[in-house]
Ligand binder design. Sequence first.
Ligand SMILES: Cc1cc2nc3c(=O)[nH]c(=O)nc-3n(C[C@H](O)[C@H](O)[C@H](O)COP(=O)(O)O)c2cc1C
Length: 359
Amino acid sequence: MPTLFEPLTQRSVTLRNRIGVSPMCTYMSEACDGLATPWHVAHVGARAIGGAGLVMTEATAVLPEGRITPNDLGIWSDAHADAMGRMAEAIRTGGAVPAIQLAHAGRKASTYRPWGTKGRGVVPEAEGGWPAFGPTDTPFREGDPAPQPLDETGLERVIDAFATAARRAVEVGFEVIEVHAAHGYLLHSFLSPLVNTRSDGWGGDYAGRTRLLREVVRAVRETVSETLPVWVRVSATDAHPDGWTPEDTVQLSRDLATLGVDLVDCSSGGAAPGARLESAPLHQVPFAEAVKAAGATASAAVGGITTAEEADAILREGRADVVLLGRAMLADPAWALHAARRLGVQTPWQEAYGWALAD
Ligand SMILES: Cc1cc2nc3c(=O)[nH]c(=O)nc-3n(C[C@H](O)[C@H](O)[C@H](O)COP(=O)(O)O)c2cc1C
């Protein structure tokens, strides 16, 4: 059996294989209220029926001001959670484990969706935008409105919001909770020395800069049943000489393990304009490999994984425990079933699709 198709059990949750759909914003909440629609349900359901072991929702905002765009999903109320629950149900019905990525966009909030026609960059408040929050008042892009630095009350609100969102997510059927601490959004912006120049207890050295993430994870872990895994997505490097390093990530994986984190999902970049790696096939796998080698948590590799053979090799060679695929899953919702076929694995297609295999 190729390692790609070996089941993986974490706590009480078993993935039928090690293929996950990476979180991907679709910016399809059209009414601009953060509610999941039948489109979102169909989108994740198709990928579950398509054979993935785990399907993760797109970044789902824990607070309205934590959306990247007005078209993002949110889970800041019970009504939002109910709508997300229909996505969880569709994923489970398709045979995959429902996972949710909980997010706060921080100083990168309130932008137009990238493919929209309404505009580019920051949405002005007059057009439905909102003030952003960050570690400091420095905007992501020079010339953009200054974010409000989060004070103690604001930080407590964020920590509580992640915990409440996690509780709601579990109540509506999600079985893996991923905290989004990558790509320059709020939690990453606190981790990164490129952004977090605070001199209070929430900045400064490694301990200060990791404090918000550690507090969020502690609160989430207290809320989520011991039987369910908690994952954290990080930008494993800022790809900048003065930034967060892969060594910081390894240390963080050890610290997060003591708080009950089961897996570190290793992405990169996004803290500041230009602070990113050149995209290339498998370019982030070494970060997942280093986290796994440290032995504190499991790791997920993501980025430029496109073929069944390379996905299987990453796992077989012990470089990660899970592979997450993004764009390849947009292109082919049945990527996992096609991978099974390529690798000669007898994975039953749902009977209704059996005709697809007839020669
Ligand atoms: C359209 C799109 C939306 C994305 N949205 C998110 C997101 O919501 N959360 C996140 O952590 N990463 C997001 N990403 C990054 C992907 O999860 C993934 O890490 C990245 O695309 C690299 O994987 P790939 O080469 O398999 O596409 C997004 C990527 C794309 C292409």
